[in-house]
Write a protein that binds this ligand. Structure first.
Ligand SMILES: [Zn+2]
Length: 277
């Protein structure tokens, strides 16, 4: 049985998924030499699958949903399984009304796609009782891309939230609820942010897209094509993995093979990602 939930102190963290995408390895990691993949057998083929994972942080005071998948925004992406986020939340007895905060790690389409739903032709927040929150510097950058066709999705999934005053912008390290703080991890996008959960001496990091596949836990210089600033993302990845290792935090990763919970282990002075089973 896969471990779909972990406990971190007083928090329950549930893993849910909105489906998965398929990418060409060479397109996604154009800078990685072919022979470098040999030591990572799960990635030996030309294509690989990537989960579209979200996490629910359920505390005694707040229920936080981290990222909202691709929803119906599946244009040009090979996505064999799709739009499963709400049914997977339901399997944990979580309905949209239960969500207090929707935290967006960044504004790429595979993280915001279920923010809004069309109701009688009008876009309404899928999670009607939630404040939505995203890094200020992400919106500063993405708002300049609105007239590009590839970023049209922002008009339906982000702009209505701004118009109706439901989206909050933050900078730096802030507390979402006691025990959950934002951890800026720029590079993938300018305002990209992970979350650090710290409760009763136990820790976990919800990484967002600071890493996309487990080999990057060791190969921190492997920056994929969607990283907007590849040098910065590599620096961020390196310090993030060091932090996770030294603080013995668990990893929760939406793009690692689901359910995406694991830890860092050291073998012959190399870091490896070990999934929790
Ligand atoms: Zn992503």
């Amino acid at each position: 049985m896969p471990v779909n939930s972990i406990k971190v102190g007083t928090f329950d963290i549930h893993s849910v998924s909105d489906g998965y995408m398929i990418f060409q390895r060479e397109d996604f990691f154009p800078d990685v030499k072919k022979e470098s993949w040999r030591q990572y057998p799960p990635y030996s083929k030309p294509k690989f699958e990537m989960n579209i994972g979200s996490f629910v942080i359920k505390g005694t005071r707040k229920t936080i949903l981290v990222d909202t998948g691709l929803g119906k925004l599946d244009h040009r992406i090979d996505q064999p399984v799709r739009e499963t986020l709400l049914s997977e939340l339901d399997a944990f007895n979580i309905i949209p009304n239960d969500i207090d905060i929707v935290f967006l790690t960044h504004l790429h389409m595979d993280h915001v796609g279920t923010n809004m739903a069309k109701d009688n032709g009008i876009w309404k927040p899928t999670f009607p009782n939630a404040r939505y929150i995203v890094g200020k510097s992400d919106w500063e950058m993405f708002s300049g891309l609105l007239n590009k066709p590839a970023y049209k999705y922002l008009e339906e999934q982000i702009q209505p939230l701004i118009s109706n005053g439901t989206l909050d912008f933050f900078e730096g390290e802030i507390s979402l609820t006691e025990g959950v703080v934002t951890l800026p991890t720029p590079g993938h996008t300018p305002g990209h942010t992970s979350l650090l959960i710290n409760s009763n001496g136990e820790k976990a990091v919800i990484m967002g897209d600071a890493a996309h596949i487990p080999p990057q836990v060791e190969e921190t210089s492997w920056s994929p094509s969607p990283d907007m600033d590849k040098n910065l993302s590599a620096e961020t990845r390196s310090s993030l993995m060091a932090l996770i290792e030294s603080s013995h935090a668990l990893i929760a990763s939406g793009h690692f093979p689901r359910p995406g919970f694991g830890e860092i282990i050291k073998v012959d002075s190399k870091r490896f990602y070990r999934p929790i089973r």
